[in-house]
Design a protein around this ligand. Sequence first.
Ligand code: F6R
Length: 244
Amino acid sequence: MASVNTNMKWIEAASYEEMSKMGAAIFKEQLKQVKTSVFGMATGSTPEGLYKELVKAYEAGELSFAEAKSFNLDEYIGITPENKASYHYFMDENLFAHIDMKRENIHVPAGSSEDIEKTATDYDAAIATAGGIDIQLLGIGVNGHIGFNEPGTAFELGTNVVELTQSTREANQIYFDSIDDVPTHAITMGIQTIMNAKKVVLLISGASKQEAYERLHSGEITTDFPASALHNHKDVTVIYTGVK
Ligand code: F6R
């Protein structure tokens, strides 16, 4: 498909593994250039391979996260970091438990906070204090969501509390015993928070994302399709595989 109406850099990967390696290479290069880099992290099945690559590189002594910081995109509300379905738990399992990033430099929105609105405002302030996000990693929902910013979300929002759509709850049910256990609300970086990142790396993998891929690729910008806000960002790299 020819590139239309967009500044995004589109890179096709031959496989999920290649997509993960290409994405990880961008992270590694950033870290080699700037040891104190601030990374925006995503959960979900798409970035798992990228995290494996980063762990491999760390274990091989190629890089250190000792001075780096991270901010995750989102977290379910009403769930503690010890809950296996929490995004905090996911990040520990897939990345943080295996690298040398300091605990105090790891940030995942506190979904179990008693004052969730304050947690949201404080999150954006903490990102700003850290100097802003150098690279934000993103996956994309089948409905075009980024973070938990569902269709209809205003592009101007910072970190905020959202109600999850049924399609997102169903897609995420695999991490829970039943649909009833999937939380109804989440805290997420807003689209504006994501747009403030200096660079964005968006991974798209698999046939279930075909429609989302096509819609993003069309170049149309609409709040009905949250990822389309990224067309207004100056430095977005999309690495895709398994879609055409
Ligand atoms: C994850 C996140 C979500 C996912 C999206 C795709 O922190 O914010 O937007 O990136 O739902 O999920 P996967 O990769 O599981 O298809």
